[in-house]
Design a protein around this ligand. Structure first.
Ligand code: NAP
Length: 246
């Protein structure tokens, strides 16, 4: 039986295990999906050694960048973004080959496109981690202007202190790519001036558990269209499955 899994810390919030378990059952696929909580990314080689049936891993926070140094090869998108969320593991005898991919880009595009229709609003991505980079890359491919907002100033980023009312008003697509709203950050929300959000805005949260974060609730309260990360989860998981089966 082939084995697939998720590595991260935490992993308890993730619905990937349930998603793949149901998929394997319905499609009669002889495989299992497990969640692996790693204390650090340096535990990855040991996990792969201990689990010879492992064919693929999804990678979640906080390892999407650090995992790159454990990859023998990177696909072009993952290399450009500098973040990996999918590992394909192939073995030839004792030799293990790990290739890193990023399926968050296609996953996010699949989730956001139906909500945008023909509209091409200016976008603002909150956070500058692995998922935020995938989102910014996808928005760039979709030809949307995109600002990245971070707690710290840096190249290609603005900070929360820079968020004047006109920036919020003109950024009609705002994406939460921070962990604020889930797990140990449950009940919290990004520090943006919500009073300038209105019915012409679309607020999208990468978080899907809980389905409606305080960030989305604030948007909804002000008449904005909202969407959570569940469709993205499904779409990036299907893309990962294609990679693992290829
Ligand atoms: P990450 O690498 O840990 O990055 C999150 C970013 O959020 C950080 O780089 C940081 O950016 C900002 N941040 C972290 N803690 C914060 C805090 N206390 N206050 C304000 N900002 C904070 O995580 P990630 O892998 O990019 O994932 C981000 C979120 O997206 C997670 O909730 C994850 O579950 C979700 N996600 C969902 C899907 C899906 O399929 N739906 C896929 C990928 C990720 P700055 O330092 O620049 O402020």
């Amino acid at each position: 039986m082939d084995l697939y899994g998720l590595i991260g810390n935490p992993v308890s919030h993730s619905l990937s295990e349930r998603y793949f378990t149901v998929k394997f059952m319905l499609a009669d696929i002889d495989a299992r999906f497990e969640r692996y909580l790693l204390g650090g990314i340096e535990e990855l080689p040991g996990l792969i050694r201990r689990q010879p049936a492992l064919r693929g891993l999804s990678v979640t926070s906080p390892f999407k960048t650090a995992v790159i140094s454990f990859c023998d090869e990177l696909d072009e998108t993952a290399a450009t973004i500098g973040a990996v969320n999918t590992l394909k593991i192939t073995r030839k005898g004792e030799r293990v080959h790990i290739k890193g991919f990023n399926t968050d880009v296609d996953g996010f595009a699949a989730a956001i496109l139906p909500l945008l229709g023909a509209d091409k609003p200016s976008a603002m991505v909150l956070g500058s981690g692995g998922a935020a980079r995938a989102v910014a890359f996808a928005l760039h491919k979709l030809e949307l202007i995109c600002r990245v907002v971070s707690r710290t100033a840096g190249k290609g980023k603005i900070t929360y202190d820079d968020l004047r009312p006109e920036i919020i008003r003109s950024s009609r697509l705002i994406i939460n790519a921070t962990p604020l709203g889930m797990g140990s950050h449950a009940g919290m929300l990004p520090d943006i001036p919500y009073e300038h959000i209105g019915h012409r805005h679309l607020l999208f949260d990468l978080i899907y558990n809980p389905p409606e974060t305080p960030f989305l609730q604030e948007g909804k309260r002000r008449g904005a269209l909202t969407g959570n990360g569940f469709v993205m989860l499904q779409a990036q998981a299907e893309k990962a499955w294609e990679i693992w089966q290829a």
